[in-house]
Design a binder for this molecule. Sequence first.
Ligand code: ATP
Length: 203
Amino acid sequence: MNNPMTVGITGGIGSGKSTVAKIFSILGIPVYFADDRAKWLMSSHAPLKSAIITHFGEESYTSEGHLNRSYLANQVFNDPAKTALINSLVHPAVKKDFEQWISIQHSPYILKEAALLFETGSYKELDMTINVSSPLIIRITRIMLRDPHRTEAQIHAIIDKQLPDEQKNALADFIIKNADNKLLIPQVLKIHEKIIRQSETKN
Ligand code: ATP
């Protein structure tokens, strides 16, 4: 089977989308972690590296050739034109990498995990989407525990750049609720079975 269904999995910062994606991967579903892969490509893909240096300067990489993430983050964070510029360099490289990755997967469906699936419009290129939904206060608490280097104000600044959860829920085909009183595995299994059934009608 070389034509898997493509399912996006997203959610706000700290919603638990990576955690949920890992449960799908335990079920044998291949997961493309788009944000991690984008960071890897920015460090390793020579044409992308040279385009970043051309537009953002030599400071974009350390003397050892590692991506200078804090420099680039400072460059783009509050500058919509520079954000659009870096996205115009990185997105085509990730798109191509994703397409190559899909072409070697043998599975009824694959997952693409990304934080800004709805915000960037890239969900339109996928067959279905899942939104991992968690109350804001739980998300902030989780991120403060996971990322002690971030301040609460920095977490809020990231949240402000993401679509509100209600809008993501309205766009998603499936919603996984990741609050303290909800078990994840039964929700994942139910959606997994539904997608497998839909993939049987596609292939
Ligand atoms: P980001 O947008 O920052 O990548 P994310 O949506 O991928 O975040 P995760 O990294 O999966 O979120 O989860 C954030 C933190 O919360 C992690 O430390 C994770 O272990 C923890 N976490 C997620 N879900 C649960 C849960 N149901 N119970 C306990 N801890 C959880």
